[in-house]
Ligand binder design. Structure first.
Ligand SMILES: [Fe+2]
Ligand SMILES: [Fe+2]
Length: 472
């Protein structure tokens, strides 16, 4: 019997025998999955200074301590209920929210929860070898923090499946541990989660752009009429913020170091010759992860998205900032690509909900890129980073199957093949990155040559704190 105390929670687990039994069955499989597919080589002999959620109290939910990763206390937390919460959008606008799953929306809700749930373990799998190439103990700890929290996000979705979807939910919970990132026979559901992440530039870009897609999705699910889903995702968002912090500051520190190396070399030298990461390589990785993450928002015109909105399952990010929430006849002005030319047409807003969310996402990403550019400006470097056009390198939606340059100019397949390596990472780039990351940095306070130290440490600890220690 697993004790409820081992699973920090605010869902009254100790008095919910049915859920306890379900988790009792699932938890050992989860731990086995974590050992097999989680951080490789950092399971038994390392203690990591991580935060654990022990309550949802905003002033004190993060509890810091050293733990061995497989002993992390993955918990189940819902944000506090909002009294008399009402449905905020769609056909049932204004009615009381649901505390059980309505039969007619069961399949749709299950699909939404499973799709979200599948991304959580997937990213842990993608990142499982990174520890061996870490630029510092500070970064190693941040990687593991992100990993354990993605594990907890899986728990959050499994909690919903076990609690509200009966037998089907239990089966889905098992399958979430069965699929594997990049596995040919049983891949993860979404494509970006099957790409390997074997260097730290990819990791930082992933946490910047793909975790930000997570933020998009969680924001829209936190509007859901299904109250437990709303409360679960609202709490997940507080953790997601740290993941994006890791990504944004990781790239910031690389940029800062690149500028320093360029300055030291008198701006004339190729920065790779002094072991730095050149700005064009950074731009290519930005292009890659931004475009993959745009795909995660789904097709531009989508009847599924319309139905999720109409039924009150998935809203817009910050739904309450919109004037109108039923959105029956409103239109969205959308750019199409027809006969090799852009054309603008109105589509029903409900059918454009993926694009509405993507708009929010692009704006959020653009603000981050602006902050990166301030570092370049400050260092007197004239180059700038930028988001590619949203038609660039798309594999889902109406632009897939066509080719565009980063400015959104259409081009032939032959032209694209010729110039692809100018815009997206190629084998030589990843070879170079792996060469400067080959030696991990495990001494407290030391950092790899290609990245600047952070401005401050974690939880007010100094930067040279031993964030990961080896057990004697
Ligand atoms: Fe997550
Ligand atoms: Fe995340």
């Amino acid at each position: 019997m697993i004790s409820a105390e081992k699973i920090p929670n605010n869902v009254n687990l100790s008095s919910n025998k049915r859920l306890q039994r379900a988790l009792e069955h699932w938890q050992p499989k989860y731990i086995q999955w974590w050992r097999d597919m989680g951080p490789q080589g950092f399971q038994d002999y390392h203690q990591v200074y991580v935060r654990t959620a022990v309550s949802v109290d905003p002033s004190g939910w993060a509890h810091f301590e050293y733990v061995k990763l497989p002993e992390y206390r993955w918990g189940i937390f819902l944000a506090d209920p909002i009294p008399d919460r009402r449905i905020g959008f769609g056909d049932f606008f204004g009615q009381p929210v649901w505390h059980e799953v309505p039969g007619e929306f069961r399949n749709q809700l299950r699909r939404l929860i499973v799709t979200q749930g599948d991304t959580e373990p997937a990213s842990v799998e993608q990142q499982r070898w990174l520890g061996h190439r870490c630029p510092s103990l500070y970064d190693l700890r941040n990687l593991f923090q992100v990993n354990v929290e993605e594990g907890r996000h899986l728990w959050a979705m499994v909690y919903l499946l076990h609690s509200y979807f009966g037998r089907d939910g239990r089966d889905e919970a098992e399958e979430l541990l069965d699929r594997q990132s990049g596995n040919r026979d049983k891949p993860r559901i979404l494509e970006a989660f099957n790409e390997p992440i074997d260097n730290w530039l990819d990791f930082f870009m992933f946490t910047m752009f793909t975790d930000r897609d997570g933020k998009s999705q969680l924001m829209s699910l936190s509007e859901s009429s299904l109250d437990p889903l709303s409360r679960t995702t609202r709490f997940m968002l507080t953790e997601e913020a740290h993941h994006m912090f890791v990504g944004e500051t990781g790239v910031s520190r690389i940029l800062q170091r690149t500028c320093e190396l360029m300055r030291e070399a008198g701006f004339s030298e190729d920065v790779r010759k002094v072991g730095g990461i050149d700005i064009p390589t950074i731009q290519k990785h930005l292009n890659q992860w931004f475009s993959l993450s745009l795909d995660l928002h789904g097709g531009e015109v989508s009847s599924n998205a319309a139905s999720y909105f109409a039924n009150g399952l998935k809203g817009r990010a910050k739904e309450d900032t919109f004037d109108e929430h039923v959105v029956k006849d409103a239109c969205y002005r959308m750019e199409f690509f027809e006969d090799g030319r852009p054309a603008t047409r109105d589509v029903l807003m409900r059918n454009a909900m993926n694009e509405v969310l993507r708009d929010w996402y692009v704006g959020d990403c653009a603000a981050g890129v602006e902050r990166w550019n301030r570092i370049l400006e400050h260092a007197g470097v004239s180059e700038r980073l930028r988001l590619p056009d949203r038609k660039f390198n798309r594999h889902i939606g109406m632009y897939s199957g066509f080719h565009f340059d980063p400015n959104g100019v259409p081009m032939s397949k032959e032209q694209w093949e010729k110039r692809r390596n100018e815009w997206l990472p190629c084998a030589a780039d990843s070879e170079y990155l792996l060469s400067i990351m080959a030696e991990p940095v495990y001494q407290p306070g030391r950092f790899a040559n290609y990245i600047a130290p952070p401005r401050r440490g974690i939880n007010q600890k100094p930067v040279d704190f031993e964030y990961v220690r080896t057990e004697q």
